[in-house]
Design a protein around this ligand. Structure first.
Ligand code: FES
Ligand code: FES
Length: 160
């Protein structure tokens, strides 16, 4: 039986984007396989690890659980859309590097997008707020301390 596809139009990293895809395709697969945006990672594939985090209308969501049809008309940001047009790193990316908050790096794209969403809403978060915002993003390497410090550094609250 032929699988039905639909045209899905959305904004991806600031650019108008349209793909022909099955409505029930996972957004994770659409981004990686149809758009080549492989910075979005697959960890658990069931909404538990946060490796696949993207921003949908500025809110962090798990791309492994989001059907492609749900992207229609929405605004998506992946880790590829975070750096400046000139290739300069986002302040949150800089802070992760400066604090040594990246080891294997598998969790990092999702962490950075969750951190950006937090800082947009709460530019000076305290540690509990940072921990809460990152609670859906698992890291097997760093023990989280450096990640929290990196978010504090990006917020300009390191040492407070
Ligand atoms: S791969 Fe999506 S939450 Fe783990
Ligand atoms: S740096 Fe390896 S999972 Fe976080």
């Amino acid at each position: 039986m032929k699988e039905e596809t639909m045209r899905i139009a959305f904004t991806c990293n600031g650019k108008p984007t349209a793909v022909e895809a099955r409505p029930d395709m996972r957004t994770l697969d659409l981004l990686r396989d149809l758009l080549g945006l492989t910075g979005t990672k697959e960890g658990c594939g069931r909404g538990e690890c946060g490796a696949c985090t993207i921003l949908l209308d500025d809110e962090p969501v798990n791309a492994c659980l989001l059907y492609a049809a749900k992207l229609q008309g929405r605004r998506v940001v992946t880790i590829e859309g975070v750096a400046g047009a000139d290739g300069s790193l986002d302040p949150v990316q800089d802070a992760f590097l400066e604090e040594g908050a990246v080891q294997c790096g598998y969790c990092t794209p999702g962490m950075i997008l969750s951190a950006r969403a937090l800082l947009r809403k709460n530019p000076k978060p305290d540690v509990p707020a940072i921990e809460e915002a990152l609670s859906g993003n698992f890291c097997r390497c760093t023990g989280y301390g450096k990640i929290v410090k990196a978010v504090q550094r990006a917020a300009g609250t390191a040492g407070s």
